[in-house]
Write a protein that binds this ligand. Structure first.
Ligand SMILES: [Cu+2]
Length: 150
């Protein structure tokens, strides 16, 4: 009976490890969700090609796991002029877990003055997340990726 219990325990651990990010993360997985030491967790970043300066503001502070909420994204030029009329795509995931978000967030409204409403933000587990915005404005495209530690 004792041997059977041990075997069952090992099997449950394996299932938890393979099943992964549905919510029952093992301690080992939590450890593997640490970002590299030099990771920038700032909420303002220059886009990869330097076209935009982008800031996000969550409506929920601090961000809680599994809670659907909105972000406001602010887009401006490096000189500080607000960028309106941009088309913005959102995607996110956990780099070390190979999974995305439980939702498909979208920019639903341009609020003016370079601000955009992002709906559908939700994170199903703690750890290192990256959120990427691909921004098309005035015939030019650039992307920016934010790092989050939840
Ligand atoms: Cu994960």
């Amino acid at each position: 009976m004792r041997r059977y219990s041990l075997l069952l325990g090992v099997l449950l651990l394996l299932v938890a490890a393979i099943g992964g990010c549905g919510g029952a993360a093992t301690p080992a997985m939590q450890m593997s969700s640490n970002a590299p030491a030099d990771t920038d967790f700032g909420t303002t970043r220059a886009s990869d090609g330097g076209l935009f300066q982008v800031t996000y503001t969550p409506a929920l502070e601090p961000i809680a796991i599994n809670e659907l909420h909105q972000w406001t994204l602010h887009v401006e030029t490096p000189e500080g002029a607000p960028v309106d009329d941009a088309v913005i795509a959102v995607s996110g995931g956990m780099p070390e877990h190979n999974h995305g978000m439980p939702t498909e967030p979208q920019v639903t409204e341009a609020l003016g003055n370079g601000d955009y409403r992002v709906e559908g933000m939700q994170f199903q587990m703690g750890g290192w997340w990256t959120i990427t915005f691909v921004i098309d404005a005035a015939g030019q495209q650039d992307s920016v990726t934010f790092n989050l530690k939840l």
